[in-house]
Design a protein around this ligand. Sequence first.
Ligand code: 5GP
Length: 215
Amino acid sequence: MSKKNHGSLIILSGPSGAGKGTIHNELLKHDSNLKLSVSMTTRKPRDGEVEGVDYFFVTEEEFKKEIENNSFLEYAEVHGNYYGTLKREVERDIDNGYDVLLEIDIQGAINIKAQKEDGIFIFVMPPSMKELKNRLVKRGTETKDALIERFKNAYKEVNEMSKYNYVVINDELDLAVKKVEAILIAERCRVDRIEEFDVNNQEELIHELLVDFNN
Ligand code: 5GP
């Protein structure tokens, strides 16, 4: 039995501070069939972020040029910056049979769903909004205004969770990672993801069976 020779798209969304980044890093460590699509953004790099690994960091002008060139599978304005999934990032790995993980916001997820309804849509939730607030403050990566914007957006995003196929509450990281891994294992076993099953070899195998039996 062979797998579909095209990989699947896995869409991971959730409010800022829910832990999507940490979850996807853990998934990528253990799943060699999974690749992360690196998005393009106009957001300034945070300390420690690496060009081409975390994002492709560009100016608004460069981003708009990519929009004109039809380079994006989807793009959106999130928390006051542009973010987009590059077609070339996704297609290269999907065509090579890898499953591709997109860590994108709800607008992007809705956009992808309209194009690729067989995507696997997973929403990561914080255990509570209070815990989300605590994590965002502790992370210390945003200015006060950006923090408030992200926290307000979190409420909107949580209200959209029913658009996803799966919800994973990230209370304990190890458990949340296991849940996402379990989702991927189950999805890869779905009948509609299996393309070929060789049933044209009956005579050949019966011949072999008789030879084996007679030995
Ligand atoms: P951050 O600035 O924290 O890295 O990301 C902010 C938000 O933008 C997150 O919700 C993240 O999932 C989302 N995001 C990152 N890349 C993309 C993308 O390519 N498209 C869309 N629509 N959202 C993205």
